[in-house]
Design a protein around this ligand. Structure first.
Ligand code: IPE
Length: 257
C-alpha cells in the first residue's frame, strides 16, 4: 500500500490575503487536481488566509477572552467563514473525483500550539482539516494553526512518508526577505543551524508565518519524517514533492535526534 503524505495548503496561497473572504479558485482547483493524481493517501490541512486572519486579528481571537470586547460574534463569523472556504475546497476535490471528508477542529481539538489535545481524525480516503478557532481551557478560546495540525499528523500517523508545505509566492525558505531575494537565496537543504531573515506580516497574520513553518518542519524532521516546502503556484512541484521526486524547494532531511 502507498504511504501517507501530509500536505498543508497555505492560506496565503489559496486566498487573496488582503481581500476579505476572497478565495483563489484557480489555485484551489490546481491543488485539488494534484490530489487526484497521486496514489499516496493524503491528509490535507488548509490555512485560512483572508477567511480567518483579518477578522481574528480585529477581534484579538488569538489572545483569548478579553474583558469588555464582544468576541463571541466574531468567533462565530470566523468559524462560518472557514466553513465557506472549506466548502469551496471540498467541492473542488469532489469535482476532481477525490473521496474526501472534512473534520473541523472546533469539533475535536482543544488548545493551540504544537501540543493541542484531541484525537486526530482519519478518513479512509483523503482526510481534510483546517486552521480554526478552538476552545482552550486556559484562555477560553484560541487559534489553532494548520501548521501545528500538520506537524501532529506527520509525527503521529502510522506510515507517514513526508510532510509537504505548499506555500505562496516563494520557492521555499529564503535567506533574505522575498523582495531582496535572487534565485540563489533559496535554502535548498535545511540544517539545524540555518539562519534566515523571515518576514512576518504580524499586522494581518495571527499565527506564526514562515518562522512557525520552519520550527514545525524542524520538529517533524527530528522525528525522522522528511519535510518539503515548495511553491504552491507550481502544481507539478507540489505533485513531485508528494511523490518524493526531486523538486525545487526547501528540504528538511529526516533525522532521529
Ligand atoms: C489560521 O490557520 C486559522 C485562523 C485564522 C482561523 P493557519 O495558520 O493554518 O492559516 P494560514 O495558512 O496562515 O492562512
Amino acid at each position: 500500500m502507498s504511504g501517507v503524505v501530509v500536505v498543508k495548503w497555505g492560506g496565503g496561497l489559496i486566498t487573496d490575503k488582503e481581500r476579505l473572504c476572497s478565495a483563489n479558485s484557480a489555485i484551489i482547483s490546481s491543488l485539488a487536481k494534484v490530489a487526484s493524481q497521486t496514489s499516496k493517501k493524503l491528509v490535507i490541512v488548509h490555512g485560512a488566509g483572508s477567511f480567518g486572519h483579518l477578522k481574528a486579528k480585529a477581534g484579538r481571537l488569538s489572545e483569548g477572552e478579553i474583558e469588555g470586547l464582544d468576541q463571541q460574534s466574531i468567533i462565530a463569523e470566523v468559524r462560518e467563514d472557514m466553513l465557506l472556504l472549506n466548502t469551496q475546497i471540498m467541492e473542488s476535490l469532489a469535482m476532481n473525483g477525490v473521496d474526501a471528508e472534512v473534520f473541523p477542529p472546533r469539533d475535536w481539538a482543544k488548545g493551540f500550539g504544537a501540543d493541542f489535545s484531541g484525537e486526530l481524525p482519519h478518513h479512509s480516503g483523503v482526510t481534510v482539516v483546517f486552521g480554526d478557532v478552538v476552545d482552550d481551557s486556559v484562555q477560553g478560546f484560541g487559534i489553532l494553526s494548520g501548521d501545528d495540525i500538520v506537524a501532529r499528523y506527520a509525527i503521529e500517523t502510522p506510515g507517514v512518508e513526508r510532510l509537504v508545505f505548499a506555500i505562496d509566492g516563494v520557492d521555499g525558505i529564503l535567506r533574505v526577505p522575498p523582495n531582496e531575494a535572487t534565485p540563489e537565496d533559496l535554502i535548498e537543504v535545511w540544517a539545524p543551524d540555518t539562519e534566515f531573515e523571515g518576514v512576518h506580516s504580524s499586522n494581518i497574520d495571527v499565527t506564526g508565518g514562515i518562522r512557525l513553518k520552519a520550527d514545525r518542519s524542524a520538529l517533524v524532521a527530528s522525528h525522522g519524517i522528511e519535510v518539503l516546502m515548495v511553491n504552491g503556484e507550481h502544481p507539478k512541484r507540489v505533485l513531485d514533492a508528494i511523490e518524493g521526486r526531486p523538486v525545487r524547494g526547501t528540504r528538511f532531511p529526516p533525522s532521529n535526534s
